[in-house]
Ligand binder design. Structure first.
Ligand code: TRP
Length: 456
């Protein structure tokens, strides 16, 4: 690996925050230039910084078509502020009309964290789902399930395992000869998590978005690749418009008219290509050039914006013909808030974060001791100003506690100008945080009776 390459380890304890390099290296799309209607504070503040094909979701919303949201939690410790960011993203998608499914990664937790399945279940209910209810997820529109209990998730992971191998896992995750096979299975189960909501018994074909922290992107890269490898029809830009390529594989050769001896059944092939053309004309295209010999169909008048619609039409056809018809997931990524000590936030280091169940006096203590972007003396601070970009108190108001953008901008300027002192910033944060935590606690009490309703 070249030195300047970032490796993202979803299970690691360190985390690169070089977001522009991550975007470049892994081919994420920046959020700049994407118009998000009704943006949440995480969007407005650039905290959600990148995505993969979020356009598919926005387009579904715009045209009134269904879309789903799937994310997961690793039940290994107490829920803290960092975890709440994914839920903020989920709630936003839910408000935009998405149906929500949340995986409790009890298999992953047992494989990689040594948490028993029983413990995982207890943690999920008592730490996470109580807070999901309090944070405003709607139990009627949210399903929480356990990986160990949805056999279809495991089956899908197993089937997709045929489309990858140890070399790919080595290069994506850095696995080696000492990696346990349970750990090797975890990403496949996660691929099953991500793709299964599209199956007919879980809502059928529709775009699914996976909101996560960027540490989870390796799983999305894997899953998108796996889905693409199963696809019978691929859509890509051509010199003119879009081109559909037919992908003949062991699994579909017969259905596509290719006999075991490699001979092509012309009649069957023609039928397939006619069906492709009719699927595409069904969504409004007329000049379609079918070329069975080359295994392609061209749509010269289509543009990049039509790609999603063409893909969906062909996935429906694939399903009719007996294929899985899996659409690659979309995703969105949030930045990580700095830990309260200035290092990475981590549930195994209580001083680095606020747990959602911390009491008010703990909150106050942690913020008082938190890493500051102020100068070491008042005189210097007045003269040079503070740095809100590294100041935990300011950052936490921006990430978590303060809704008002204009007020936040005032604080930012005031701090930089040296008008607001570090201690004052901390006090402002303590006030907001206490109110927020108190409110969450009250909500937890009010919604405790709903927790059961989240589970399938
Ligand atoms: N691996 C995730 C974590 O460590 C948990 C998870 C399991 C997940 N399945 C998922 C996240 C599907 C997103 C989508 O937190």
């Amino acid at each position: 690996m070249m030195n300047d390459e970032v490796r993202i380890d979803p299970w690691g304890s360190s985390q690169s925050t070089d977001y522009s390099r991550i975007i470049d290296q892994f081919g994420l799309q920046s959020m700049d230039g994407l118009e998000v209607p009704n943006p949440s504070k995480l969007h407005r503040r650039g905290i959600i910084f990148a995505h993969r094909e979020l356009d598919m979701i926005l387009e579904a919303k715009r045209t009134g078509n269904p879309f789903g949201v799937l994310t997961g939690l690793m039940p290994s410790g107490m829920m803290h502020l960092g975890h709440s960011m994914v839920i903020d993203q989920v709630r936003w998608f839910q408000q935009q009309g998405g149906d929500v499914t949340i995986a409790v990664a009890d298999l992953e937790s047992t494989a990689t964290r040594g948490i028993s399945l029983a413990e995982g279940r207890k943690i999920a209910a008592e730490q996470y789902v109580v807070n999901y209810a309090a944070l405003g997820l709607d139990p009627d529109l949210t399903t929480v399930y356990f990986q160990s209990q949805r056999s279809v998730v495991q089956r899908l992971g197993f089937q997709l395992g045929k489309r990858t191998n140890l070399s790919e896992f080595e290069s994506i995750y850095g696995f080696d000869g000492s990696t346990t096979l349970a750990h090797v299975q975890a990403p496949l189960v996660q691929a099953g998590d991500i793709l299964h909501p599209q199956l007919d018994e879980y809502g059928g074909l529709r775009p699914i978005v996976v909101p996560v922290g960027v540490d989870q992107d390796p799983h999305l890269r894997l899953t998108r690749g796996l889905a693409a490898k199963t696809n019978w029809f691929n859509v890509k830009p051509a010199k003119m418009g879009l081109q559909v390529g037919v992908s003949v594989q062991d699994e579909n050769a017969h259905a596509l008219g290719v006999e075991a001896n490699g001979r092509v059944n012309k009649e069957k092939q023609k039928q397939i290509f006619d069906q492709i053309v009719s699927a595409i004309s069904g969504i409004g295209f007329s000049d379609i050039i079918s070329n069975p010999k080359h295994g392609t169909v061209n749509i010269p008048s289509a543009t990049g914006r039509d790609k999603g619609a063409v893909q969906m039409a062909l996935l429906r056809l694939e399903r009719k013909l007996g294929g899985m018809g899996l659409l690659a997931p979309s995703s969105t990524y949030h930045r990580f808030a700095i830990g309260m000590t200035g290092d990475k936030m981590s549930s195994s280091k209580p001083k680095t974060t606020l747990f959602l169940c911390d009491d008010i006096s703990t909150v106050e203590k942690k913020i008082k001791k938190s890493f500051s972007g102020g100068q070491s003396t008042v005189e210097e601070h007045r003269r040079l100003g503070g740095n809100p970009d590294i100041d935990v108190a300011f950052q936490y108001m921006m990430y978590f506690f303060e809704e008002d953008d204009a007020y936040l901008a005032e604080l930012n300027q005031g701090y930089r100008a040296g008008n607001i002192l570090a201690g004052e910033m901390k006090q402002l944060c303590i006030d907001r945080a206490s109110e927020w935590m108190q409110n969450l606690k009250e909500k937890r009490d009010e919604t405790a009776h709903l927790v059961e309703e989240f589970f399938e």
